[in-house]
Each structure stands twice: as structure tokens, then as C-alpha cells.
Design a protein around this ligand. Structure first.
Ligand SMILES: C[S@@+](CC[C@H](N)C(=O)[O-])C[C@H]1O[C@@H](n2cnc3c(N)ncnc32)[C@H](O)[C@@H]1O
Length: 212
């Protein structure tokens, strides 16, 4: 996807991926990450997800990466947190209290800029990227986070039924992308009653990735 694709989505408010509530798989399985109080959690391609609100409410420090400045402005406004904005190379850093979001291309965010993170939470990030980009993304995320444990939430459906994003990512692909560097454990798979794009059968899965 070109950056323009996502900028247009946010400008037109075509954000069906945005959930009104915290993701149930995050609620059910965050404990698998073994986070200590105040742990620093990285949320790639974070949008303005309610999951960020929830992680902050648990007392965690949250670091996001998001292409759309509009999304990030909305996120800070919805949290009633006026951000300090500074430059970090090609990225902008929005910061307030325990929330930091790097605005720009995640591939420009390296470990030195991101800093130490205790865990990664990926919901609708890997599946937002086309196949050719997913291999690069998985390697980049592993390097930037120094293989921090990851709670990964994917979607899987018959790819002949719809064109992504979101793209179908099955367990086989998760293992291909992450299996060399991480132990991959499937934790839960559930059918989403609302269906993909409101019609097609779709399953949502949670995986726990821990460094080998
Ligand atoms: C499907 S949305 C998911 C947002 C969020 N994770 C959620 O659950 O609501 C994917 C997000 O990734 C952002 N994005 C796409 N490509 C990106 C990139 N290369 N770097 C940073 N963010 C990107 C988009 O702007 C969009 O907000």
C-alpha cells in the first residue's frame, strides 16, 4: 500500500478497522506477555486504537508508530492529552505523559530511536501489509524491538473472497515470518460474527511470540 492509500483513508474517515472497544483477545491474553507494572509496550501501526487507551489505563508506558498524523492527533485529542511534538529524523515524536507515538513510516523507526521495549502488541498491523512487505516488516519489527515478546493478532479468510487490506495471514505464514527468531504459540482462534467487510467468514487468531 502506498502511504497515500492510508492518508486518504484517514482523511475520509474510512476506518472500519478501528474498533469501538478494546480487542477481546488483548484482554484475554495480555497476561501471556508477563508485563511488569509500568512495562513499555510497543504498538506498531497503532492508528488511534482503543487498545492504546486500555494499555495506558493498566499503568503501562505505550509507544506507537503510525503513518497518519491525523490519526495521531485524534488519538491524543480523544485521550485529552496535549502532545509535545519534536522531530526525530524523518519522523515526528508526539509525546504526553506515558504515551509516545512516532509519526511516519515504521521502516524509518530503528531501535536507537524506539528505545527499549518490554513487549510488542500487533493488532491489524501485520495484516494491513501486502505479502511482499510482510517479510520485511516482520524482520524490521524483530530488530527494532530486539525480539521483545509479542502478542500478535491476525485475521484469516479465504483470500479468493476479498482483496486486502486486511490481508489473510494464516498460522503457516506466521511461522514462516517469525518461526526462526521466535517460539510461536497459537493461543486462541475465534470466528468474528460480523464477518470480513460485513460479509465473508473470517477468523481472528492470537499468537504469543517469544525469542528463541
Ligand atoms: C488497519 S490499520 C490498524 C490500526 C490499529 N492497529 C487498530 O487496531 O486500529 C493500519 C494502520 O497502519 C498505518 N500504517 C500503514 N502503513 C504504515 C507504515 N509503513 N508505517 C506506519 N504506519 C503505517 C495506517 O495509517 C493505519 O492507521
Amino acid at each position: 500500500m502506498e502511504p497515500e492509500f492510508w492518508h486518504r483513508k484517514w482523511e475520509r474517515n474510512e476506518i472500519a478497522f478501528h474498533q469501538a472497544e478494546t480487542n477481546p483477545l488483548l484482554l484475554r491474553h495480555v497476561s501471556a506477555l508477563g508485563l511488569a507494572a509500568g512495562a513499555r509496550v510497543f504498538v506498531p501501526l497503532c492508528g488511534k486504537s482503543r487498545d492504546l487507551h486500555w494499555l495506558l489505563a493498566q499503568g503501562h508506558e505505550v509507544v506507537g508508530a503510525e503513518l497518519s498524523r491525523l490519526a495521531v492527533e485524534q488519538l491524543f485529542a480523544e485521550l485529552a492529552l496535549p502532545p509535545r511534538i519534536t522531530h526525530e529524523g524523518t519522523l515526528k515524536r508526539f509525546e504526553a505523559e506515558r504515551l509516545t507515538v512516532f509519526v511516519g513510516d515504521i521502516f524509518d523507526l530503528d531501535h536507537a530511536t524506539l528505545g527499549h521495549v518490554d513487549a510488542v502488541y500487533d493488532r491489524a498491523a501485520l495484516v494491513a501489509l501486502p505479502e511482499a512487505v510482510r517479510t520485511r516488516y516482520a524482520a524490521h519489527l524483530a530488530a527494532a524491538s530486539r525480539h521483545a515478546p509479542q502478542l500478535l493478532i491476525t485475521l484469516d479468510y479465504d483470500p479468493s473472497l476479498a482483496i486486502g487490506p486486511p490481508f489473510a495471514v494464516n498460522e503457516h505464514e506466521v511461522r514462516r515470518l517469525y518461526g526462526a527468531a521466535y517460539h510461536v504459540a497459537g493461543i486462541e482462534t475465534r470466528a468474528l460474527t460480523q464477518g470480513l467487510k460485513g460479509v465473508h467468514p473470517v477468523r481472528e487468531s492470537a499468537f504469543l511470540l517469544t525469542a528463541r
